[in-house]
Design a protein around this ligand. Structure first.
Ligand code: IPE
Ligand code: IPE
Ligand code: MG
Length: 233
């Protein structure tokens, strides 16, 4: 069974996980970070090459100040604590999204880790202050800038546009997983999801483990990806 080359995960349900245990929401996010480590190891062991995770959306800024700053602090800690492990495991770390929205310190930490891990064989993409629409609009802005300075008026191709997205150089996800029972994209990878397969599980993200991962891979293996072509069976 050939595994998906790229899995993208909407890590949802941290808040409900914490609530069920009468814990603060941040405890759920901390447990979610551990689930991310598990998922990354499962991906590597299964031969997956790219893992993209939705960690913070452009809409998540609407949450309470305490939750937002707690999440940002958690990210900083994650980077500081995991850097050596990522290097040792040959993981290339990359961030997509509006990184300019993040604190100057967090931006420096991200840039340093991206640089340190640039030659890693397995790619972990973290979507931070990310929105699919925002990414597309920013790419359109770059296109306008480039065309205005070059005076080029040739038709825009999907390849040209795709190379202006934050995900330039990263293949589209083959499988998108969402935990916690919600059946929506919530502004995740709108362009890149064009031909992705979907897997939804009721499991809350902090509880996500091998069982759910294997179920996702098994479901993916049964899908016939026609990409617009005719039915083969
Ligand atoms: C997902 O968990 C993590 C982030 C959005 C940062 P939630 O915090 O959305 O968890 P629920 O949906 O409230 O349970
Ligand atoms: C999507 O989850 C964003 C992340 C997992 C980071 P949300 O919990 O923010 O999505 P909605 O609000 O339920 O659509
Ligand atoms: Mg949620």
């Amino acid at each position: 069974m050939t595994p998906p080359r790229h899995i993208a995960i909407i890590m949802d349900g941290n808040g409900r996980w914490a609530q069920a245990r009468h814990l603060p929401r941040l405890a759920g996010h901390r447990a979610g970070a551990e689930a991310l480590d598990r998922a990354m190891h499962l991906c590597r062991d299964a031969g997956v090459e790219f893992l993209t995770v939705y960690a913070f959306s452009t809409e998540n800024w609407r949450r309470s100040k305490a939750e937002v700053s707690g999440l940002m602090a958690l990210l900083s800690t994650y980077i500081a604590n995991k850097a050596d492990e990522l290097v040792a495991n040959s993981v290339r770390f990359r961030v997509i999204g509006r990184r300019g929205d993040l604190s100057a310190r967090l931006q420096r930490e991200i840039a340093a880790l991206e640089e340190r891990t640039r030659d890693g064989a397995f790619t972990l993409v973290v979507a931070l202050s990310y929105g699919g629409r925002d990414e597309i609009v920013r790419a359109a802005g770059r296109l306008v800038q480039a065309r205005m300075s070059s005076g080029d008026s040739a038709a825009v191709t999907e390849e040209e546009f795709g190379a202006l997205l934050d995900t330039a150089g990263i293949p589209d996800p083959d499988l998108i997983v969402r935990s916690s029972g919600e059946l929506r994209l919530s502004n995740f990878l709108l362009w890149q999801a064009a031909y992705a397969e979907f897997f939804f599980t009721q499991t809350l993200w902090p509880d996500f483990g091998k069982e759910d991962f294997d179920a996702a891979l098994a479901a993916f293996a049964k899908r016939e990806r026609r990409m617009g072509g005719r039915i083969k069976r």
